[in-house]
Design a protein around this ligand. Structure first.
Ligand SMILES: CC(=O)SCCNC(=O)CCNC(=O)[C@H](O)C(C)(C)COP(=O)(O)OP(=O)(O)OC[C@H]1O[C@@H](n2cnc3c(N)ncnc32)[C@H](O)[C@@H]1OP(=O)(O)O
Length: 409
């Protein structure tokens, strides 16, 4: 079998994307979704593997900028659309695409690669660590009440046309990005995607609705949601499905959540993807009736260890030598001295004795401050070689704000 691996050429997209759909179960996307996916595909960064004239492997990348601790927006390849034809699996095609892609990312000078995984088991072998979690909740709105922080009653809510208000919402989102590690600065091409709403995907729920929260005429929050009516013999038991919600403070968020919790004919509010430190958890009357669920979200790989560790800041002063193993990207292997604080950092190669030993995957897991080096050491994934080094480095890597990826890609 001779396989050819190359980037897409004009005219390849439809066949390439159809191969991806087939690998994901064979369901063709709705036309408006497909149109959007084509519009955001960065053709020159999309790899196809060809067996003759058939596409048997796909992998793409978005040129993202990712918020990191300290607020910098760091270039990051957003790995996406990865698939191998069902007839060609377990012969190393994914591995060859990951090889090619990480070499390309390095050549582009992006210090990080990130992804969300269809199955979390796939990407650890390529150096990706789970860096953020997402919180889901199903709140019993017949029982749960929400306390209101000061300022909640000053917030005015409006149901609006999502398209007409898209720019205002995007401006608010852009202000929030540097405040929370894990958020992605919006690419211009992505903006319309948040309103793509094919009827085929609604599963009996309403079209997307948009709620704005304003205080003194200023936008302080917005949410996109659906309602799904449900009638049984006991009466109306509908669900409010909150797809996305951003707010500048707890009062704005509470005003929107209170609205959802008090909607007529609805018995449940579903929050799909929230930060693990979301404020409402401290305001609900009964956390057990919120049915919280955690799952992995952003997987992160330092592509250039030195540049990646220099791109963020550190909560406390740090001076530590890492012994890094990285068999898939051997240019990262060896010892690195990281010195830094809340203002900046330097990370250079060193011959000095190592303080901590770990693989690049653990560096990825700890990078945004979502998992501590101490917890990774407790799991045997980080080894302390100098007493005291673990506690101080772990503290420095932490983030007061939980890292969070607000949407998939
Ligand atoms: C960011 C994203 O786009 S996530 C989307 C990923 N794509 C999908 O889930 C679509 C359906 N699945 C597929 O298309 C394929 O099965 C893929 C892409 C996951 C794997 O492709 P393959 O070409 O079969 O992988 P490849 O042969 O290179 O496997 C490399 C290693 O990963 C392992 N592996 C591959 N897929 C999986 C999996 N789903 N779960 C666990 N291990 C896996 C293989 O066993 C192999 O291990 P080894 O090196 O110890 O032998």
């Amino acid at each position: 079998m001779t396989l050819d691996i190359r980037t897409l050429e004009p005219g390849d997209w439809d066949r390439w994307f159809s191969a991806l759909e087939l690998a994901f179960g064979g369901v063709r996307e709705a036309p408006q979704e497909r149109e959007f996916d084509q519009s955001v595909t960065e053709t020159e960064r999309s790899i196809g593997v060809w067996d003759g004239d058939r596409v048997v492997g796909t992998a793409g990348a978005f040129s993202f900028r990712l918020a990191v601790p300290g607020g910098a927006l760091v270039p990051a390849a957003g790995v996406t659309m990865v698939s191998v034809a069902p007839t060609h699996r377990r012969r190393g095609i994914l591995t060859s695409m990951m090889r090619r892609q990480l070499d390309d990312v390095r050549a582009l000078g992006e210090p990080l690669a990130v992804l969300t995984a269809s199955e979390p088991e796939i990407y650890g072998r390529f150096g990706y660590g789970i860096a953020t979690l997402q919180l889901g909740a199903e709140i019993d709105s017949t029982r749960v009440r929400l306390a209101a922080p000061a300022g909640t009653d000053d917030v005015r809510l409006h149901l609006v046309d999502g398209k007409e208000t898209l720019e205002r919402c995007e401006e608010l989102y852009a202000r929030l990005v540097p405040q929370r590690p894990g958020m992605l600065a919006r690419l211009e091409t992505w903006k319309p995607g948040f309103l793509v709403d094919p009827p085929e995907d609604r599963e009996g729920a309403s079209p997307l609705q948009c709620l704005l929260a304003e205080r003194d005429g200023e936008l302080v929050g917005y949410a996109r949601f659906r309602t799904k009516p449900d009638w049984d013999s006991a009466g109306p038991r509908g669900t409010v499905k909150v797809q996305h919600m951003d707010a500048v403070d707890a009062a704005a968020q509470t005003a929107m959540l209170r609205h959802f919790l008090s909607m007529d004919l609805m018995a449940k509010v579903e929050l799909r993807n929230r930060p693990v430190d979301d404020a409402w958890q401290h305001l609900v009357s009964d956390i057990r009736r919120c049915d919280l669920r955690l799952r992995d979200s952003l997987h992160l790989r330092p592509v250039e260890v030195g540049a990646a560790l220099e791109a963020r800041t550190y909560r406390t002063p740090v001076d530590v030598v890492f012994e890094v193993s990285d068999p898939f990207c051997p240019w990262n292997e060896g010892r690195w001295r990281l010195t830094g604080d809340s203002l900046g950092a330097s990370c250079k190669r060193t011959e000095d004795a190592a303080d901590l030993s770990l693989s690049v995957r653990e560096l990825g897991a700890a990078y945004l401050g979502g998992f501590t080096l101490t917890a990774l050491a407790a799991a045997g994934r980080v080894r302390e070689l100098r007493a005291g080094a673990l506690a101080s480095a772990s503290l420095a890597f932490g983030s007061d704000v939980a890292p969070w990826l607000p949407h998939g890609f």
